[in-house]
Every structure is written in structure tokens, then in C-alpha cells.
Design a protein around this ligand. Structure first.
Ligand code: MN
Length: 290
């Protein structure tokens, strides 16, 4: 197998706020286009940030989505969500919420009440995973994946673990079901720990370092909050932790279809975007109180 080499390592672009609760750096599509990272069409990274205590939870109010999935990974802090189908819940530290918006949901995302009252570290990732045209109008659904239920691969001698959210590593299958082939996994490595990963060469692949510092293929350093994009040249790469590290790997088969994106809607054609706005204005996404 050939080495999958690094194409580019980037530092986080300036942050912006989503609502008043998510202080995010956007790697996709601001630096890497939706097409380049397909099926990952958006990645907001809330680097570690301390929010002060408040009685009024910060967040983002009622908004729609159609045509894709949102994947929220909470590392520090807790996120509460409510949607127009009556679903609600809390994403706790280490948990993942995989929401298939598909034909459409209205939802709101806020810091959880008790976390808000105390304030403290907040550290999370939200990814948007595109859906193929055949699934864009399927029924919305949730996968609430608590940390206990995430598949884990332990490195020999317990020098690290890989939490496989989706896809597969060393024969261990991830916990989430996906519409197209997607690998998504967190590595928690002690200093000096090393592991080799394999993904098909055509899969768009990247690694985000959330804590610590890693070395890729023995020569390329990726520091805290940096995002490394791999070339589509080979299948295998090695990650070595230069200090205690936490990193997220994403790899997926590109969905080679036209992308028409506007705000919270990601479809294949402009006509479908117009339809999404019409359906939203006609109340077809349901109702949800602020
Ligand atoms: Mn949302």
C-alpha cells in the first residue's frame, strides 16, 4: 500500500460566532471547498474556549436544515437540542449526536442549563455530512451516541485508544450508521503512541488536532487546533503523538454530484433550494417555539 501524504496543514482561520454560543473556526468550506472535502461539506471547530457563567444559556435559535446530516461531537461542555419533531436531549462530554436532517427539521442548539450556570471550558466540532440525491428527501432521524456506546480500539499496553464513531479501524466497526462510506474517529494517545490508519486513496481525508501535537508519516508536525488535509495519493498514514494528544480523523468517499448550497440547505440544484425556502415558508418543516 502507498503512503497517503499530507497536502496541506492549516492553522484555524479567525473565529466567528454561530448564535452567541458557538465560537467556531470554519475549515470547510472557508479553506477547503465542499467539493474538495465531500462528503464533509462543513466543519465548524469550537476550539477550547471558556464561557463565563450565565443564567441564560447561549446558543443558536430555531433554524431549519435540509439535504444533509449534522454531526455534533462534544469534547468539553454540554449541548442541549430540541427539534420540531419533538425530539430533545443533551450531548454530554464524549458523546456524539448524528442528526439526519434529510427532508427537513427545525431545531435549536443551546448550551445545557447546568453547564451554562457554571460556565467553563467548551470544546466541540460540528460537521455537515452530505447526502446523495437519492437520500436527501428521506425521513429525518437521530442517532444519539453516548460515549459508553462508542466502539473503542485500545492500543497495546493501553497507551491510547481510538473511539470509532463511524466506519472501521482494525476490524472494529463504528457506532453510527451512514448513508455513504464515512470514517470518523477520535484518537486519544499518550506521548509516543503511534498507529497506522488505512483508507481508500480516493476518500477525502483529514485530521484535526484538538489537544497536543502529532507527527504524520514521521515528518509532518500538526499542532493543536491545526487541520491537516491528505492528498488522494495513497491509502495509509501513521500518526505519532509527540505529547499527550487528542485528534479527530475524518475520511469519506466523495459524493460526485452537483452541490447547490444556500445557508442551512444543501441540495443538488438551484430549483431544489428555492423549493426548500418555499417549504420552509409554508411551514412544512413543522413548528418549534423559541
Ligand atoms: Mn443546526
Amino acid at each position: 500500500m502507498n503512503i497517503k501524504n499530507i497536502e496541506r496543514v492549516v492553522s484555524p482561520p479567525p473565529h466567528h460566532f454561530v448564535g452567541d454560543g458557538f465560537r467556531v473556526h470554519n475549515f470547510i468550506p472557508s479553506i477547503f471547498s465542499m467539493e474538495r472535502m465531500s462528503p464533509f461539506i462543513m466543519m465548524d471547530y469550537n476550539s477550547k474556549h471558556i464561557f463565563p457563567a450565565t443564567e441564560n444559556p447561549r446558543g443558536v435559535g430555531v433554524h431549519p436544515h435540509r439535504g444533509f446530516e449534522t454531526v455534533s461531537i462534544a469534547y468539553k461542555g454540554k449541548i442541549a437540542h430540541h427539534d420540531s419533531a419533538g425530539n430533545s436531549g443533551v450531548i454530554e462530554e464524549g458523546d456524539v449526536q448524528w442528526m439526519t436532517a434529510a427532508s427537513g427539521v427545525l431545531h435549536k442548539e443551546y448550551h445545557e442549563k447546568e453547564y451554562s450556570k457554571k460556565g467553563g471550558e467548551f470544546h466541540m466540532v460540528q460537521l455537515w455530512v452530505n447526502l446523495p440525491s437519492s437520500d436527501k428527501m428521506s425521513k429525518p432521524k437521530y442517532q444519539s451516541i453516548v460515549n459508553h456506546d462508542i466502539s473503542k480500539y485500545y492500543l497495546p499496553n493501553n497507551i491510547g485508544r481510538i473511539e470509532i464513531i463511524a466506519g472501521e479501524h482494525n476490524g472494529i466497526k463504528g457506532s453510527a450508521s451512514t448513508f455513504t462510506p464515512v470514517h470518523l474517529m477520535n484518537g486519544y494517545f499518550n506521548e509516543g503512541s503511534s498507529e497506522t490508519f488505512h483508507f481508500p486513496s480516493n476518500f477525502n481525508t483529514a485530521l484535526l488536532v484538538l489537544e497536543g501535537k502529532v507527527k504524520i508519516n514521521g515528518n509532518q508536525i500538526v499542532d493543536t487546533d491545526q487541520f491537516a488535509l491528505f492528498k488522494n495519493d495513497g491509502e495509509t498514514f501513521e500518526v505519532t503523538a509527540m505529547e499527550q494528544s487528542l485528534f479527530l480523523i475524518l475520511s469519506g468517499e466523495p459524493i460526485n454530484e452537483p452541490i447547490a448550497a444556500h445557508g442551512p440547505f444543501v441540495m443538488n440544484t438551484r430549483q431544489e433550494i428555492i423549493q426548500a425556502f418555499e417549504d420552509f415558508n409554508d411551514g412544512k418543516f413543522g413548528e418549534l417555539a423559541d
